[in-house]
Design a protein around this ligand. Structure first.
Ligand SMILES: Cc1cc2nc3c(=O)[nH]c(=O)nc-3n(C[C@H](O)[C@H](O)[C@H](O)COP(=O)(O)OP(=O)(O)OC[C@H]3O[C@@H](n4cnc5c(N)ncnc54)[C@H](O)[C@@H]3O)c2cc1C
Ligand code: FES
Length: 300
């Protein structure tokens, strides 16, 4: 099917500088498959987040890249009947080929049902789905700006960058210090971390914008990545207007049904150098250039 439909919306002035979009549009050559997995480990990380490690008789580690996601079939549990599969970013893979990890926030029907799975149990997952973060071989320094569950999506990117010798700066935002999950984010990687909190006001848009502008002003960053917060996305879009040589990538979270490009429930509006296009977050994304994202719009 046609991947993108051109929008009829009035075109906004295009100010985005020329950029290489291929970087975050890599698609894995591995086929999407359904995997029957065994639950190897499943535990609370804090009072809201759970860590899940699965094993399948397949090379999940070899076929999954940072930024991609799987559709998880959450099992029915007492009083909970999740119908749709739930998209979850890959949080980690390996060291065994069949091992894959997820980190999730227990919020609604799907994730509460998922939380009931015990080690030794089984569940089905479908993937890997979507495109990947772009990290050019000559990248020297990146900045990741993470909030909430967005850290699960970006944790493998931090690992990949650290392994490649790329300098990693991180701005981590949370409600309060106890919610930060710094160790879960870095997983031993070396990074220059700046923590900001709602509790002391340091995560306000104004304070974060000042911080990000300072960091980007102090040293050239090849790419800025984010996930998990619309206001941070909009903030970065503003800041990057003043840094035309720095690319920006965002992993978008959008409600999904099929997760495979068929149902169109995840469509969002993007602006590619003045060309307005509806794109499927599950298929053309979930990673998009920050400059292409159009704020929330009503369409139908
Ligand atoms: C590409 C992608 C990656 C994601 N990665 C993670 C992750 O690593 N960890 C994690 O905790 N969550 C992640 N999410 C959100 C996750 O899929 C769940 O939708 C969310 O945790 C809501 O939980 P629920 O199913 O219990 O909510 P329910 O209330 O049962 O969900 C009802 C419906 O709304 C959808 N929905 C609700 N909230 C969201 C949301 N924020 N984003 C998208 N759809 C939503 C659900 O998928 C479901 O279809 C991701 C979403 C996307 C699109
Ligand atoms: S979720 Fe069905 S097309 Fe994206």
């Amino acid at each position: 099917m046609n991947a993108a439909a051109t929008a009829n919306a009035t075109a906004a002035p295009a100010v985005a500088p020329p950029m290489d979009r291929t970087a975050c549009f890599q698609r894995n050559a591995q086929a999407v498959a359904s995997h029957r997995c065994e639950v190897v480990e499943h535990r609370w990380v804090n009072d809201r987040y759970r860590y899940l490690r699965l094993w399948a008789d397949a090379d999940l580690a070899g076929s999954t890249r940072p930024g991609q996601f799987y559709q998880l079939k959450c099992p029915p549990a007492a009083g909970l009947q999740p119908f749709l599969l739930r998209p979850m970013s890959v949080y980690g893979v390996g060291p065994e080929a069949g091992t894959i990890e997820f980190l999730y926030n227990v919020t609604g029907t799907g994730t509460r049902a998922l939380a009931s799975l015990e080690a030794g149990g089984h569940m089905d997952i479908v993937g890997p789905l979507g495109n990947t973060f772009g990290l050019a071989p000559d990248a020297r320094r990146i900045l990741v700006v993470a909030r909430g569950v967005g850290l699960a999506t970006m944790a493998p990117l931090v690992q990949q960058a650290a392994r490649a010798g790329v300098k990693v700066g991180a701005v981590m935002s949370a409600r309060a210090p106890k919610d930060l999950m710094r160790d879960e984010f870095l997983r031993g990687a070396d990074a220059d971390v700046h923590c900001v909190y709602d509790s002391d006001g340091s995560s306000s848009v104004e304070a974060m914008e000042t911080l990000v502008r300072r960091l980007l002003g102090e040293a050239h960053h090849d790419v800025v990545y984010t996930c998990g917060s619309h206001r941070i996305l909009m903030l970065l879009q503003r800041v990057l207007q003043d840094h035309p040589l720095t690319r920006g990538e965002v992993a978008m979270e959008q409600r999904m049904a099929c997760g495979m490009g068929v149902c169109l429930s995840c469509v969002r509006l993007f602006d590619r150098d003045g060309d307005k296009q509806f794109l499927r977050v599950c298929r053309e994304g979930p990673v998009f250039p920050i400059r292409d994202v159009v704020g929330e719009v009503e369409f139908g």
